[in-house]
Design a binder for this molecule. Structure first.
Ligand code: AMP
Length: 278
């Protein structure tokens, strides 16, 4: 496994990689949810590149940039053990040199849900993903369904900017009690960790109503709200039942609709989602 930091080192290492090349962008503190992306890439790509960069521009001023967990040594050792070929660890100065003033932004798909509660978040995401795409020039890029709106935004951006890159989406990896794996789960104390299963429970309650014939978006949103309200340590920021490509809320729900939510458990903001299937 080769580890590089500077752009020059990355470009040189990239030249020697046999294709197809797969890219997995991450913010590090890797868990099984990240490794499944790497494993999926290894199945069909001759070379797998993982980037680790806690991207400052996707954090709001009141968010957890400083506190975001980091453990580069452990990340490198697990990436090596699964067979990663190249790891890129750019610094903030490399990604955002002095006098940086060029941004990539989507106009519509980044507005609702996460976009409305985290203004500027997706502008940070699309800008950094653009820079990663330009530097690594992957044939495929892997993203987790865990961040459903990010998937929609990145797909839109990839189409709009004509990148010859296939966006591959990997199902959410969960703990045995249903909690979606996330680097932010480390913020939870024991009682909060237990309460955090409420996201998964709320999604599954709404799914079960859907499978029993409920087709009103409002009713599914209400079920999720009520489930979260019943958990004293949790409070919902939003719940949504939306089209999974546009993220517009829907009244009459059909297969493929996206249930999603952001929930505070203590001070920790957790997100999760579920795609309704027949
Ligand atoms: P992050 O390091 O949180 O930016 O995540 C890097 C990538 O891993 C993103 O595409 C995430 O959607 C994906 N990811 C994070 N957690 C999970 C999970 N539990 N299951 C599947 N993918 C995940």
């Amino acid at each position: 496994m080769i580890t590089v930091v500077s752009l020059q080192e990355l470009w040189e290492a990239r030249q020697d990689l046999p294709g197809p090349v797969g890219l997995i962008p991450t913010m590090g503190y890797l868990h099984e949810g990240h490794l499944i992306l790497v494993r999926q890439a290894l199945e069909t790509c001759a070379s797998v590149v993982v980037s680790i960069f806690v991207n400052p521009t996707q954090f709001g001023p009141a968010e957890d940039l400083e506190a975001y967990p980091r453990d580069i040594e452990r990340d490198l050792s697990v990436l090596k053990s699964v067979g990663t070929h190249l790891v890129w660890l750019p610094t903030p100065e490399i990604m955002y040199p002095a006098n940086f003033q060029t941004w990539v932004d989507t106009t519509d798909v980044s507005q609702p849900l996460e976009g409305s509660y985290r203004p500027g978040h997706f502008r940070g995401v699309t800008t950094v993903v653009t820079k990663l795409f330009n530097a690594v020039r992957p044939d495929r890029a892997y993203f987790g369904q865990k961040d459903a709106q990010q998937v929609a935004v990145v797909r839109q951006m990839t189409r709009d900017l004509s990148y010859p890159i296939e966006i591959e989406v990997v199902p959410t990896v969960r703990e045995s009690d249903g909690l979606a794996m996330s680097s932010r789960n480390t913020y939870l104390d024991e009682a909060q960790r237990e309460a955090a299963t409420v996201l998964y429970r709320a999604l599954r309650e709404a799914e079960s109503a859907y499978l029993q014939g409920e087709r009103r978006g409002d009713a599914l949103r209400r079920i999720m709200q009520d489930t979260i309200k019943a958990e004293p340590l949790a409070s919902a920021q939003y719940v949504s039942c939306a089209d999974r490509n546009t993220l517009h809320e829907i009244d009459l729900v059909t297969d493929g609709a996206l249930l999603s939510m952001a929930v505070y458990v203590g001070k920790t903001r957790l997100i999760d989602n579920w795609i309704l299937k027949p």
